[in-house]
Design a protein around this ligand. Structure first.
Ligand SMILES: [Zn+2]
Length: 156
């Protein structure tokens, strides 16, 4: 799933649970839960053609998604007055597992042990579909509205 959607889900979790440590842990759980839902990915043919990390179609989406995810982090942090720490912790927890790809791309290695990355890859096998970008964007819009609503709601 797009990291932007993971970030927004993490922000919503942080705004709801209001405590940083549970928000961080639930953020990680939300990543796994969202990655087992069928989501956007390269087509089967594109994946047969070699490493996705060298595929221009994948990289174009990954770059845009990475910047959108960072922008979402900044916006949610800015909106979450009174709940900034749990919102930040939720976003960090939710985005964490996706550091494998920028790690490999920019630094040459993932920050995680191989078995963590293998788990993260395996839960997505057969669940990535090239036609699901519309769904990703719809999820992003829904989550963004939810985060905005939660952050604008009076702090309890
Ligand atoms: Zn993931």
């Amino acid at each position: 799933m797009l990291v932007t959607n993971h970030v927004l889900a993490g922000a919503a979790i942080g705004a709801l649970v209001k405590r940083p440590v549970p928000a961080l842990a639930l953020g990680v759980v939300s990543h796994v839960a969202m990655d087992v839902i069928p989501h956007w990915g390269l087509s089967h043919e594109d994946r047969q053609n070699g490493d996705p990390m060298r595929n221009p179609k994948f990289l174009r989406v990954a770059y845009r998604d990475g910047f959108a995810g960072l922008a979402a982090m900044g916006a949610a942090f800015g909106l979450a007055r009174g709940r900034r720490m749990p919102v930040l912790a939720g976003m960090v927890g939710a985005a964490l597992l996706d550091l494998d790809k920028p790690g490999k791309h920019f630094v040459g290695q993932s920050p995680f042990p191989a078995r963590v990355d293998r788990f993260h890859a395996e839960i997505q096998i057969g669940r990535e579909h090239a036609h699901k970008m519309g769904q990703e964007l719809a999820v992003a819009a829904g989550l963004a509205a939810l985060v905005a609503g939660l952050c604008w709601a009076r702090p309890a």
